[in-house]
Ligand binder design. Structure first.
Ligand SMILES: *Cc1c(COP(=O)(O)O)cnc(C)c1O
Length: 444
């Protein structure tokens, strides 16, 4: 497989783009392939190589690369009417109404331009509402490239995980292990009066895919209620992906106070949103005092792409399709690892999947087949990663240096590290899943 053109493009890129890329995860070794175009479930690179794609833009592309005609027509029609105006449009009301209708806890929204912007604004809102500074986050969770959550540490102290962030930012962030009810209860007993919010992904989606144990989110809900803090679900990755139109909060039957969205709701264009109860979201300016604004926010082209994508997904059984293929893939992977690498863990649900290269573990069991769900009745329960540290302890180098490269040579494009989720899209077929399982079989 020649990648000469990609190599030459990366050579040029290294002169003018930091690290040759615009988002750090894209700088795969030894050099990334450059995409020429997408086609359904595939991407074709600058040298004409074709890969079956499970990265799907790192999450936004629920429908794959070839948008349905009606979605393309709506986007084109909006572009010919002008791209943006700096004044409100009907389509942003319609997208907001669609989301409010389907996500149980959301009554009102503010649209922004990225998931990062959504979590930044949600934290500002939670702090503004409560008049408190501290925010509890989960170790191994990802909330975008924002100062307040780029921290390492534990409840006894956190420090910035990147240069350029003042220690004073990290002072207000309390990282706890996901799925550890004792740890977060102790944090609230100790500092509950100072905590503005608990910010968590309902499923860790950027760190191996870690499912909550039974009752964990209910514990977060009751602790935040008891201490007057807000519960904020970061559904940037799970929103309109896990649990179909209701999001992961519907699956786990927990109503957060605020929810952040991004990725899928933009239909392939940049987006973020903060949603929640009216009494809270109304605190944003101009109805409230918590400042929030953006030149591109509610961008008509994005709103159109998002609305038409979600309508299509709702009307054309997209969630049933991706769930069916996702289950077929996870079950096939569980069979393969049972045979070849029984210590590995198959994770995911709905359209999300990953094999975590866990080093410890008994034999696979029935309970593992559809992806680890932290089912206490399952024989492997104690080996299923429960938090970020458990995923970090997996064979992450093997994934990145051996496995990922070889899968690419087999024509399957997976996320380049052990941590990021992978996605089945509406464009994938049963034949694609079979081909993928053959590739895993050859490489694992
Ligand atoms: C991707 C992601 C973000 C960041 O979104 P961007 O659009 O990349 O800024 C935040 N939170 C979660 C859970 C994400 O998956």
């Amino acid at each position: 497989m020649s990648r000469e053109r990609s190599r030459a493009l990366y050579d040029r890129a290294l002169d003018v783009l930091a690290g040759g890329v615009n988002s750090s995860v894209r700088a795969t070794k030894p050099y990334p392939f450059f995409v020429k175009r997408g086609d359904g479930a595939h991407v074709i690179d600058a040298d004409g190589n074709k890969y079956l794609d499970y990265v799907m833009g790192y999450g936004p592309l629920l429908l794959g690369h070839t948008l349905p005609d009606r979605v393309v027509a709506a986007i084109q029609s909006q572009v010919s009417d002008g791209t943006m105006y700096g004044a409100p449009t009907e389509v942003e009301v319609e997208l907001a109404e669609f989301i409010v209708r389907h996500v149980p806890s959301v009554e009102m929204l503010r649209f922004v331009n990225s998931g990062t912007e959504a979590t930044v604004s949600a934290m500002r809102l939670a702090r503004g509402i409560t008049g408190r500074d501290k925010v509890v986050i989960m170790q191994g969770s990802y909330h975008g490239a924002q100062e307040g959550t780029l921290v390492d540490g534990d409840p006894d102290g956190a420090e910035p995980s990147s240069p350029g962030i003042p220690d004073s930012f990290a002072e207000h962030t309390i990282p706890v292990p996901f799925n550890d009810e004792e740890a977060i209860t102790a944090v609230f007993e100790d500092q509950g009066e100072d905590i503005a919010a608990v910010l968590t992904e309902p499923i860790l989606g950027n760190h191996g895919i870690v499912h909550p144990i039974d009752g964990y989110h209910q514990t977060l809900r009751s602790l935040t209620d008891e201490y007057g803090a807000l519960l904020v679900f970061d559904e940037v990755i799970t929103g309109f992906r896990v649990g179909g139109l209701q999001g992961a909060q519907g699956v786990f039957d927990v109503e957060p106070d605020l929810t952040t969205f991004g990725k899928v709701i933009g239909g392939g264009f940049p987006i973020g949103a903060i949603g929640g109860k009216t009494e809270y979201v109304e605190q944003f300016t101009p109805s409230g005092d918590v400042f929030q604004s953006g030149t591109f926010s509610g961008h008509p082209v994005t709103m159109t792409a998002g609305l038409e994508t979600l309508r299509y997904a709702a009307e054309e059984n997209v969630y049933e399709h991706v769930e069916e293929l996702g289950t077929m893939l996870r079950e096939g992977l569980a069979d393969l690892v049972a045979d070849r690498a029984p210590s590995y863990t198959v994770a995911g649900r709905d359209s999300m999947f990953k094999i975590i290269f866990t080093r410890r573990g008994g034999p696979q069991s029935e309970g593992c087949a559809g992806g680890c769900r932290q089912d206490e009745a399952c024989d492997r329960y104690e080996y299923c990663p429960k938090n970020g540290a458990d995923v970090d302890a997996a064979a992450t180098d093997r994934w990145e240096r051996l496995f990922w490269q070889e899968m690419l040579d087999e024509g399957v494009f997976l996320t380049a590290n052990q941590f990021e989720s992978q996605f089945v899209s509406a464009a994938h077929t049963q034949a694609d899943i079979e081909e993928t399982l053959e590739a895993y079989k050859a490489v694992l």
